[in-house]
Structures are given as structure tokens and as C-alpha cells.
Design a protein around this ligand. Structure first.
Ligand SMILES: C[C@](O)(CO)[C@H](O)COP(=O)(O)OP(=O)(O)OC[C@H]1O[C@@H](n2ccc(N)nc2=O)[C@H](O)[C@@H]1O
Ligand SMILES: Nc1ncnc2c1ncn2[C@@H]1O[C@H](COP(=O)(O)OP(=O)(O)OP(=O)(O)O)[C@@H](O)[C@H]1O
Length: 307
């Protein structure tokens, strides 16, 4: 019998405890929404979605160092100029964990962020940084919180945080937090980064947005794939995105991820993907990365399991 190319997967099991060195560098992977259907809206304005998330082996890097002090300090070193440290989702993650343990003075931590994931690109960089901070600090501060508790904190910081906390490619419903682990083919994606920063809230509040896509069952959705309901709005508002989709679509089925701006197409082998990326207009930005069903963060942390 042939194994299907896509289906429901077992959830990864995070180790209960890990002995991490006092200075450790961990990845925060980007994600793609391989389809994004909007099927309704909640009373609080949040949209009900059906989406497939897959991770990319294209990551920010976060280095965590325990400084030896115990004064509640979380220092963030980053080149992100337009987001104040206390507004950064990494520091917010740490503050939430501190708030959950008011009776403990947790060790001070210095976090250095090496940012590679384009901001506001629909590839989830902020959410992923946030999730890596939640997972890493849970181990480093020996809080023993469960993945469910971390995912609950995560969703209060951003709708996309839980998928990064849980670590599986996923079929997502609700506002993106009801997750079913899945496996999918792991192609090499050409990802183009149009030169525009798109606000998620702005796209979700657009009157013209389709909000009544037909609700799909998981099996046909995994088999048939889908489209992105935000794409027509974004293409009409941002000519850079429209051009990028039209260009990449010459080579393969192309879609936008999340609320944009990045657009992607998948290819079976890396060489083909690189060859296509090399043909893009010189002033465009982009990269090639492989789709991953298990988060690169989980894979990296597994190296620290004591045998
Ligand atoms: C578009 C996706 O990237 C798909 O994965 C996510 O749904 C967006 O997730 P995110 O960036 O973590 O979004 P959040 O920071 O939680 O929300 C930003 C804004 O987008 C709108 N929003 C977000 C998610 C959602 N399901 N419905 C919404 O209407 C809300 O106005 C919210 O204020
Ligand atoms: N560590 C962080 N990295 C990136 N953005 C952050 C971070 N912390 C806070 N932010 C804020 O979050 C906003 C959205 O960031 P992000 O790059 O995750 O967008 P996105 O890729 O469109 O996300 P999504 O696909 O989840 O909608 C940024 O404009 C920034 O103001």
C-alpha cells in the first residue's frame, strides 16, 4: 500500500526537563501558510480560519545567557530599531513567565537576537521568536510548565505563537490556535520578499475580504490544498506583491503566506529552486528554504537530551 503524501501526524513530545548550558543558541523558524481560508468572524472581531502551517529551515537565532544575577532582569540585544525591547515579543514572553511565578525570583537572562526573518512578511518571525523564548526560558528557569500552558500564554501574545510552541506542522482552525499535527511533503520553497511592510490588522479589517469560504474537512484539505483569501486584497493594495506573484507563477503554483507580503512556490529539488531564485530581478529579495514538518527548534533542543 502506498503511504499518502500528507496526513495526521503524532504530536512531538517535548522533553520534561533538559540540562541546557548557561549560554545556548536556539533557532526560531519561519513558517508558511500553505493555504489560508477565512470561514467566519468572532464577536471580538478575530477571524475564524482554516490554514495549513509548515515550518521553514530559515530561522532567526536567539542566544540565551544566564548572567548569574537574580534581579528579574531580561536584557534584549537586537538590531531591531523600531521595536522597543519591552514591546518585543521575546521580552513579553519572559515577562509573562515571570508573572506566572510571582513567588520566585528568576535568574536574569541576556538574550541576543540575530534577526534574519523579514518583518511583517507573513512568515511569523515575531511569533516564532516569542515561542522560542517561552520554550527556552521554561527550561533555563526550570519552571516545568506544560506545552499546553506555554501555548495558552502564547496565544495571548499572538495568534500564530501556539503552532511554534507545539512544534508540529499543523492544520489550524479557530483563530489559528486549534491545531492538529500533520505531515506534508517537504519541498524546497522559493520565497520572495516584496519590499513592503503589511499590517495584519489592516488586511483583516478590509471590507472586501472574503470571510465566508466553505468550511473544509481536514483530509480533502490536505489532499487538495487551497488558496489564500487575503491574497486578492493584498495584491490590489500592494503592486509589489502582485508583481512577485505573477513572476513566480511562471514556474509553479504560487501563493502568498499569511497576510503577506511574502509569496512562495514549492519545488521538488533544491537546485531547481536555487536556479529560479537566481533569475529574479536583481533588486528583489528572496531566499530558498525547505519546508519542515518538525520545528527546527524541537530538533535542536533534542540534541540536549541526556542519554
Ligand atoms: C494571518 C496569520 O498569520 C495566519 O497564520 C495569523 O492569523 C496572524 O497571526 P498574528 O500575526 O499572530 O496575529 P495577531 O498579532 O494575533 O493579530 C493581529 C491582528 O490581526 C487580526 N486577526 C488576527 C488573527 C485572526 N485569526 N483574526 C484577526 O482578525 C486582529 O485584528 C489582530 O489585532
Ligand atoms: N521579535 C520580533 N520580531 C519581529 N517582530 C516583532 C518582534 N517583536 C515584536 N514584533 C512586532 O510584531 C510585528 C509583526 O511581526 P512579524 O515579523 O512576526 O510579522 P508577520 O511575519 O507578518 O507575522 P504573521 O505571519 O504572524 O502575521 C512587527 O512589525 C513588530 O512591530
Amino acid at each position: 500500500m502506498n503511504t499518502p503524501a500528507a496526513g495526521i501526524a503524532p504530536a512531538v513530545v517535548w522533553p520534561e526537563s533538559l540540562s541546557l548550558p548557561s549560554s545556548v543558541t536556539l533557532p526560531a523558524p519561519a513558517k508558511l501558510n500553505l493555504m489560508l481560508h477565512i470561514v467566519g468572524q468572532r464577536e471580538d472581531g478575530y477571524h475564524l480560519l482554516q490554514t495549513q502551517f509548515q515550518f521553514l529551515d530559515f530561522c532567526d537565532q536567539l542566544t540565551f545567557e544566564l548572567t548569574g544575577e537574580h534581579s528579574g532582569g531580561i536584557e534584549l540585544i537586537s538590531e531591531m530599531k523600531d521595536v522597543a525591547a519591552e514591546e518585543n515579543l521575546i521580552v513579553k514572553a519572559g515577562r509573562q513567565l515571570q508573572r506566572c511565578h510571582p513567588d520566585r525570583i528568576l535568574p536574569d537572562v541576556r538574550i541576543t537576537l540575530e534577526k534574519r526573518i523579514p518583518m511583517g512578511g507573513g512568515v511569523g518571525g515575531g511569533s516564532s521568536d516569542c515561542a522560542t523564548a517561552l520554550i527556552a526560558l521554561n527550561y533555563l528557569w526550570q519552571l516545568n510548565m506544560t506545552v499546553d500552558q506555554l501555548a495558552e500564554i502564547g496565544v495571548s501574545l499572538g495568534a500564530d505563537v501556539p503552532v511554534f510552541v507545539r512544534g508540529n506542522a499543523a492544520w489550524a482552525e479557530g483563530i489559528g490556535e486549534q491545531l492538529t499535527p500533520i505531515y506534508l511533503p517537504e519541498p524546497y520553497f522559493v520565497v520572495l520578499i516584496p519590499d513592503c511592510h503589511i499590517s495584519t490588522a489592516k488586511i483583516f479589517s478590509n471590507k472586501e475580504l472574503t470571510r465566508d469560504s466553505r468550511i473544509m474537512k481536514i483530509a480533502p484539505a490536505l489532499e487538495q490544498g487551497g488558496h489564500n483569501d487575503c491574497e486578492p486584497i493584498v495584491r490590489s493594495l500592494y503592486p509589489e506583491v502582485d508583481e512577485a506573484v505573477s513572476w513566480l507563477a511562471q514556474f509553479s503554483k504560487t501563493q502568498m503566506t499569511g497576510t503577506g507580503a511574502c509569496v512562495f512556490a514549492g519545488f521538488k529539488d533544491k537546485e531547481t529552486a536555487i536556479k529560479i531564485l537566481c533569475q529574479k530581478p536583481e533588486n528583489w529579495q528572496g531566499f530558498v528554504a525547505q519546508g519542515k514538518n518538525i520545528s527546527p527548534l524541537f530538533s535542536k533542543l533534542s540534541e540536549f537530551i541526556e542519554s
